[in-house]
Design a protein around this ligand. Structure first.
Ligand SMILES: Cc1cc2nc3c(=O)[nH]c(=O)nc-3n(C[C@H](O)[C@H](O)[C@H](O)COP(=O)(O)OP(=O)(O)OC[C@H]3O[C@@H](n4cnc5c(N)ncnc54)[C@H](O)[C@@H]3O)c2cc1C
Length: 536
C-alpha cells in the first residue's frame, strides 16, 4: 500500500515520456515522494535510432539504456500493465514469472504508454509485415534482410530470387524513409559477400499513400530527400495505397502485385487496447488532457507522450494546435509534467506546457540527410552529421552515448557485420510459398506437420509430376485452408515417397516434430482431465 507519509507517484511506461518524467521527479522531488516506474522491459528504447539498428550501424544492446542504471532512486518494476482502476487508484500488473495479478496503489498516476501498431485495416498485413516499434523489431528486420541475402545466394529459382531480393517499406513518413534508407545501405554494404547476387537484382521500394514523402518537412527538403533516395536506386511509389498483403507480397491500388519476402510496415500507429478500455475521454484515439497535462476530469491522473492529446497554447479562433507524437515533444512534456506533479502535491499553481519545435530532421542512409533547424534548411552530409550529433546529445546516459558513438565511428572504418543471428527458437513458424514451390521432396523427412492457412497445395506420392509429368502415377490430392500435410498427426510413420508443391501463392503454419510431441502430450492430459480420469 502507498504509505500515508510518502506520496507514491506511479509512472506507466518506460519510453520518452515515462523515463524523463521519472528522471525529473527523481532530481527535484524530496524524500516525501516515492517514484515507481512500471514498464514491460528493463530498458529504455531510443526509437529514433531503430532504423540504424535495423541497418546494422548500431548494435541493439548499445542503443538501449538500462532503466535501473539511468534512474537510481526510482523503483523500477518490470511488468505487463493489465488494467487501471481509477476509482480505487490502483494499477493491476503481471510480473515476470509470477502467476496472478499484483495490485500497485498510487497517489499520482502518469500514463505514458505510447501507441501500438495496428495493421488490421489492410487485409493480411498484420500477418505479413514486420513492424518498427521496438528494438527487437529493428533487429528482426536486420536479420530478415541478411537471411534473404543468404537464401537468394543459394537459390536459382527466378521468382523466389526476385521475392527474396525485393525489400518493401510501407509509409513515407520519418520512420519509413529512414528505414528504407538503412535497409538499402545494409544490402549495398553486404553485397560484396554474396557472389551469386548481382546488384541489379536488388529492388528497394518505398510506398507512400500521399503525394509526397516526409509530409512533416518543407516541400523542397522532401523533394531533395526523394531525389537522394532515387539516386541510390530506391523506387518511390507515391499516391499508392496497399490494398492487401498476400503470401507472395503486397497488392497495391495501382500496378501489378509486388512479390517481396521482406515487407516492413511503418504505418498504423493506434492507441493501445488498454488505453481504449479506460473510462477516460479520448480525442483522436489519445487521452484528452489540459495544457498542464492533467487528464480531463481526473485530479490525480496525468498523461503525456504519444498517448496524450495535448493542446498547445490558447485556442486561436476554433483552431487549436496539438503536440505531435514526437520524441522531442515527449522529452519536454516530461519536464513540465514532473514540475506540475510536485506543484500539485505542494498546492502550488501548475504550469502550462508550451513548446515550439526546434526543427525536424531525417537521416536518409548513405551519409545523407535533410533538416530544418529553426528555419535553417540543410541537406546532404551536413544534415546527416547534424542528425547524428543531435540524437547523440539526447541519448540518456553517458555509457549509452559512448557506445552509440563508438558504433558509428566503427561503421565509418569497418564493414558491417553480416552475421544473421537467430535466437534459439522452436522450428514452428509461418511458411510462405510461391506458386510452384516444392515444399516437401520425396525421401526427405518433413520434420513436422504443415497446417494450410491460405492458398492451395498439391500432395502426391511417387515421382514429382511437376518435375516429370510423364511419370504421374496417380492424381495428386489438393490441400486447402484447414488441411494439413507432412507428418501424420496420429504419429504414424511419414510416407517416404510423398512430395508437396504449392499450386498457388500459399501460406501454411509449420509445427515442428518437437512441438507436435508437446502438443500431443498436453492434449492427452487435457483429454484425461475432461474424462475425469485421475491425474498421476
Ligand atoms: C522508428 C521510429 C522512429 C522515430 N523517429 C523519431 C524522430 O526522429 N524524432 C522524433 O522526435 N520522434 C521520433 N519517433 C517518435 C518517438 O519515438 C515517440 O514520439 C516517443 O517514443 C513517444 O514517447 P512515449 O513515452 O509516449 O512512448 P514510447 O516511447 O513508445 O514508450 C511507451 C512505453 O510504454 C511501455 N508499455 C506500453 N504498454 C505497456 C504495457 N501494457 N505494460 C508495460 N509497459 C507498456 C512500452 O514498452 C514503452 O516502454 C520515432 C518513432 C519510431 C517508432
Amino acid at each position: 500500500m502507498a504509505s500515508n507519509a510518502r506520496k507514491r507517484v506511479v509512472i506507466l511506461g518506460g519510453g520518452f515520456g515515462g523515463v524523463f518524467t521519472a528522471k525529473h521527479l527523481q532530481r527535484h522531488a524530496g524524500s516525501g515522494v516515492e517514484i515507481v516506474l512500471i514498464s514491460r522491459h528493463n530498458f529504455f528504447v531510443f526509437q529514433p535510432l531503430l532504423p540504424e539498428i535495423a541497418g546494422g550501424s548500431i548494435n541493439p544492446g548499445d542503443g538501449v539504456t538500462p532503466l535501473r542504471r539511468f534512474l537510481p532512486g526510482v523503483a523500477v518494476m518490470v511488468a505487463e500493465i493489465r488494467e487501471l482502476d481509477l476509482g480505487a487508484k490502483t494499477v493491476h500488473v503481471t510480473l515476470g514469472g509470477e502467476p496472478g495479478i499484483r495490485t500497485v496503489p498510487y497517489d499520482q498516476l502518469v500514463i505514458a504508454l505510447g501507441q501500438v501498431v495496428d495493421l488490421s485495416r489492410t487485409p493480411g498485413l498484420a500477418d505479413r509485415a514486420l513492424v518498427m516499434k521496438d528494438v527487437m523489431d529493428a533487429f528482426h528486420i536486420r536479420n530478415r534482410v541478411l537471411g534473404c541475402l543468404e537464401d537468394a545466394d543459394a537459390t536459382t529459382e527466378p521468382r523466389r530470387r526476385r521475392s527474396l531480393l525485393t525489400f518493401v517499406v510501407i509509409g513515407g513518413g520519418f520512420t519509413g524513409v529512414e528505414t528504407i534508407g538503412e535497409v538499402q545501405e545494409l544490402v549495398r554494404k553486404s553485397l560484396k559477400y554474396y557472389p551469386n547476387i548481382r546488384p541489379d537484382e536488388i529492388r528497394t521500394i518505398l510506398i507512400q499513400h500521399g503525394p509526397r514523402i516526409l509530409p512533416e518537412l518543407p516541400e523542397h527538403l522532401a523533394t531533395y530527400a526523394a531525389e537522394q533516395l532515387r539516386r541510390r536506386g530506391i523506387e518511390i511509389r507515391l499516391n499508392t495505397g496497399v490494398e492487401a498483403a498476400t503470401p507472395a507480397g503486397i497488392e497495391t491500388g495501382s500496378g501489378p502485385p509486388i512479390d517481396a519476402e521482406t515487407v516492413v510496415a511503418a504505418i498504423g500507429n493506434a492507441p493501445a487496447p488498454l488505453i481504449r478500455s479506460l473510462p477516460l475521454a479520448l480525442e483522436h484515439g489519445r487521452i484528452a488532457v489540459d495544457r498542464c497535462l492533467r487528464v480531463h476530469g481526473q485530479d490525480d491522473v496525468w498523461a503525456l507522450g504519444d498517448d496524450a492529446h495535448i493542446p498547445l497554447g490558447e485556442p486561436n479562433g476554433d483552431k487549436v494546435a496539438y503536440a505531435p507524437p514526437l520524441a522531442q515533444f515527449a522529452f519536454r512534456e516530461a519536464k513540465v509534467l514532473a514540475r506540475n506533479i510536485l506543484a500539485h502535491l505542494e498546492n502550488r499553481p501548475l504550469t502550462a506546457f508550451e513548446y515550439r519545435s526546434l526543427g525536424t530532421m531525417a537521416a536518409l542512409g548513405g551519409r545523407s540527410g535533410v533538416a530544418d533547424i529553426m528555419g535553417v534548411r540543410i541537406s546532404g552530409f551536413p544534415a546527416w552529421v547534424a542528425w547524428r550529433l543531435f540524437y547523440l546529445s539526447l541519448l540518456p546516459g553517458i555509457a549509452t552515448r559512448l557506445r552509440v558513438a563508438a558504433d558509428w565511428l566503427l561503421d565509418l572504418v569497418a564493414s558491417r557485420s553480416i552475421a544473421e543471428i537467430r535466437a534459439a527458437q522452436s522450428a514452428s513458424r509461418q511458411v510462405r510459398c510461391l506458386a510452384g514451390d516444392l515444399v516437401i521432396e520425396p525421401g526427405i523427412d518433413p520434420g513436422g506437420v504443415y497446417v494450410v492457412t491460405a492458398g492451395m497445395f498439391e500432395v502426391g506420392a511417387g515421382p514429382d509430376a511437376a518435375a516429370d509429368p510423364d511419370a504421374r502415377a496417380q492424381p495428386p490430392r489438393k490441400v486447402g485452408p484447414g488441411g494439413h500435410f507432412g507428418m501424420p498427426l496420429d504419429g504414424a510413420a511419414t510416407p517416404t515417397n510423398e512430395w508437396v508443391r504449392a499450386r498457388e501463392d500459399s501460406t501454411a503454419y509449420f509445427i515442428g516434430k518437437d512441438d507436435l510431441q508437446r502438443l500431443a502430450m498436453v492434449s492427452a492430459l487435457v483429454g484425461r482431465r475432461a474424462d475425469g480420469a485421475p491425474m498421476s
